[in-house]
Design a protein around this ligand. Structure first.
Ligand code: NAD
Ligand code: TYD
Length: 344
């Protein structure tokens, strides 16, 4: 297959492209990425001479960037997005533009190019905050609570509409919280690793008892590949690891693995509208495709930490001046206020 991957220079896109180019050489991968702050060409620089890989810098919101690369492709795997909740709270407009408008434009061109599969990579956040014991099913209503989640829910609906109206061969892969190599250090796990390595305070929002279902990026990419080969069109598939952890549990495990003291944990002002718990029911993909995550959380964390330790320069480069500006703009006021300490 000739596969167009959007957002391939970001975290999950990089993991997916590396898996495909290195382990599935029968396919040809075309990567279209705008290279926002989250995209990094270093991630894939060792692949540039592979005959089954090509890279184009371009914006999914620009017709003249999309049309030339989508013509003649068999399938699209659409990762490109603005992906960070805190940034969406600071400024929602880029999320509406890329995640909603960009997705619609891509759908239009993909339909015109008569692709035979279109995988839209969505998020468990579209379901909003769930009470303990409740799991997001494929047919649960969308109930997003922040601009990022709202933009992902809107684009899921647009992807479905293309199928419903035009029988467009789309599939939604709805992932839970991913972690692993190449994740930009604005997200919890790489941020904690980076700060802990330097003995810097680890900002924990609110009481730290918010729950996420952690999925190792490799496992997410294998699920996406299975969906590309065998998923049913017009369907949504939840992809989760049944690995629910509170943020404090995650942080304490990282500290143990890095041999850093728990006193680095610093409770800061909560994220406004912070969702308490996300959890998907991944039963459908388990039943239909026999997909299972293969990486235990402890093993995934070890591999992730090991990768960051082996790629200290990558980490330093990503934490450049623009990262420091972002960090300052988000965290200085949060650290400044003395939040209420939770009881353990
Ligand atoms: P990321 O922020 O690391 O990477 C996004 C990539 O998209 C970057 O390389 C960026 O340059 C590119 N991009 C942004 N706007 C673009 C545009 N207009 N045109 C072309 N490229 C553009 O994101 P990620 O964590 O790898 O997430 C990938 C996808 O998976 C996103 O759609 C996200 O919503 C979804 N998702 C992520 C998670 C997670 O835990 N990371 C969980 C569920 C779903
Ligand atoms: P994040 O990695 O931003 O992903 P998401 O918002 O998609 O879940 O955050 C994961 C959890 O960690 C979330 O509950 C917010 C919390 N968090 C902190 O406590 N401190 C931080 O500095 C960050 C970035 C996140």
């Amino acid at each position: 297959m000739k596969i167009l991957v959007t957002g391939g220079a970001g975290f999950i896109g990089t993991n997916f492209i590396r898996m495909m180019v290195l382990n599935h050489r029968e396919h040809k991968i075309i990567n279209l990425d705008k290279l926002t702050y989250a995209g990094n060409t270093d991630n894939l620089s060792d692949l540039v001479d592979y005959p089954n890989y090509s890279f184009y810098v371009g914006d999914i919101c620009q017709p003249d960037h999309v049309e030339p690369v989508i013509t003649g492709v068999d399938a699209v795997v659409h990762f490109a997005a603005e992906s960070h909740v805190d940034r969406s709270i600071q400024d929602a407009a880029p999320f509406v533009i890329t995640n909603i408008f960009g997705t619609q434009l891509l759908l239009d061109f993909a339909r015109e190019a008569r692709v035979s599969r279109f995988i839209y990579v969505s998020s468990d956040q579209i379901g909003g905050s769930l009470l303990p014991g409740i799991y997001l099913r494929e047919n649960s209503p969308a109930s997003p609570n922040n601009p990022y989640a709202a933009s992902k829910a809107a684009s899921e609906h647009l992807v479905y509409a293309a199928y419903h109206i035009h029988q467009f061969p789309s599939i939604v892969a709805r992932l839970s919280s991913c972690y692993g190599p190449y994740q930009y250090p604005e997200k919890l796990i790489p941020l904690v690793i980076a700060n802990a390595l330097e003995f810097k305070p680890l900002p924990v929002y609110g009481d730290g008892l918010h729950v996420r279902d952690w999925l190792f990026a490799d496992d997410a990419c294998k699920a996406i590949y299975q969906l590309l080969l065998k998923g049913r069109i017009g369907q949504i598939y939840n992809v989760g690891a049944r690995m629910e952890k509170t943020n404090l549990e995650v942080i304490k495990r990282i500290l143990k693995l890095l041999d850093r003291p728990e006193k680095l944990i610093t409770f800061v002002t909560d994220r406004p509208g912070h969702d308490r718990r996300y959890a998907v029911d991944p039963g459908k993909i388990e039943r239909e495709l026999s997909w299972r995550p293969q990486t235990e959380f402890e093993e995934g964390l070890r591999k992730t930490i090991d990768w960051y330790l082996r790629n200290i320069e990558w980490l330093a480069d990503t934490r450049s001046s623009s990262y420091r500006e972002y960090y300052e703009s988000l965290y200085s006021s949060r650290f400044a206020v003395e939040p209420t300490k939770p009881e353990f």
